[in-house]
Design a protein around this ligand. Structure first.
Ligand SMILES: [Zn+2]
Length: 254
C-alpha cells in the first residue's frame, strides 16, 4: 500500500519515530507522500525526505490555513523552493472556510496560482477542502486547465463525487479513517465508487480510523481503512491494495 497523505515529519512522532516507521513497513506501507504546509514546516519535511529517501516523497504547496497577511512571501517561498524532480505534487492547497474566512479572497488567489503552477510543471495537486466545495469548483473552472490530482480526505456526497468525475477528469478521491466511523456517509455510497477512483491515505497524525479513533493516527493504520473499503465493496483486501497502489503510483509517479 501507499499512504498518499502522511505527515510523518510531524512533531507528534518525535518520541517514537523509528517504531512508527517500522510499524508502517510491517503493515505493508511501501511508500508514502508527505504533503507540504508552509515555510515553517518545509525544513523538517525536507530533512525527512533525505532520511527516508526512496520511501517518503515530498509535495510542496501553501496550505489554505497558512494563508495570512504574509501570503505573498509564503507563495514566493513555494516558487523559490521548487526544484524540478524533487516534488511529487503541489499540495496541500485549496480552501478552508471552516477555520477562518478572514483571508478567503487571498486563499482563492493562492489556490488558483498554485493550480496554474501545477499544470505548468505537470504535477498533480493535493486538495484540502473544508466547507469549501463550491468555491473550489469555481477556482478550478476559473483556472480552466486540465489539472489532475486528489481531493484529499474526501468528505463530500455521492453527487459531489459524480460532479468531480464529470467535470474534473484527472481527479481521484482520497479516502482515509473517516470511512471507518460509525454512520459514515461515505460508507453508504462506496459501493458505487470504482476502486480506480480511490487513493488510500491516513492524514496521520489526524483522522484516526476505528479502532484507534481519538488517538494519534499513524500510517500503519491505513490497513483498517483498506479493510473497511474491501468489505464495503465486496472485494478482497489484495484487490483493494493492488488497485489503489497502482492508482497512487500513476498519480504521483513514485
Ligand atoms: Zn494533511
Amino acid at each position: 500500500m501507499i499512504d498518499t497523505h502522511s505527515h510523518i515529519y510531524d512533531e507528534a512522532y518525535d518520541a517514537d519515530f523509528s517504531e512508527v516507521l517500522q510499524r508502517a513497513k510491517d503493515a505493508g506501507v511501501e511508500k508514502m507522500v508527505m504533503p507540504g504546509i508552509d515555510s515553517k514546516c518545509h525544513g523538517r519535511m525536507m530533512e525527512f525526505t533525505r532520511r527516508l529517501e526512496g520511501y517518503a516523497y515530498p509535495a510542496i504547496g501553501l496550505h489554505p490555513t497558512s494563508v495570512e497577511s504574509n501570503w505573498k512571501e509564503e507563495l514566493q517561498f513555494v516558487w523559490d523552493n521548487y526544484r524540478e524532480g524533487e516534488f511529487v505534487a503541489v499540495g496541500e492547497i485549496a480552501l478552508d472556510e471552516y477555520w477562518s474566512k478572514d483571508f478567503l479572497e487571498e486563499q482563492k488567489r493562492v489556490f488558483e496560482d498554485q493550480l496554474t503552477f501545477a499544470w505548468e510543471k505537470d504535477l498533480p495537486v493535493i486538495i484540502h477542502s473544508r466547507n469549501a466545495t463550491e468555491d473550489i469548483f469555481e477556482c478550478l473552472d476559473r483556472v480552466g486547465r486540465p489539472v489532475r490530482g486528489v481531493f484529499h480526505a474526501f468528505s463530500g456526497s455521492y453527487e459531489t463525487y459524480c460532479r468531480i468525475k464529470k467535470s474534473y477528469e484527472g481527479f481521484k478521491i482520497g479516502v482515509g479513517g473517516v470511512l471507518t466511523y460509525k454512520n459514515s456517509h461515505l460508507a453508504a455510497f462506496m459501493d458505487r465508487v470504482p476502486l480506480d477512483d480511490i487513493l488510500l491515505e491516513t492524514d496521520a497524525p489526524w483522522l484516526t480510523p476505528v479502532p484507534f479513533r481519538g488517538k494519534r493516527n499513524e500510517s500503519s493504520y491505513i490497513r483498517y481503512t483498506a479493510e473497511k473499503l474491501s468489505e464495503l465493496k465486496g472485494v478482497s483486501f489484495e484487490e483493494t491494495d493492488s488497485v489503489t497502489t497502482a492508482n497512487a503510483i500513476k498519480m504521483f509517479g513514485i
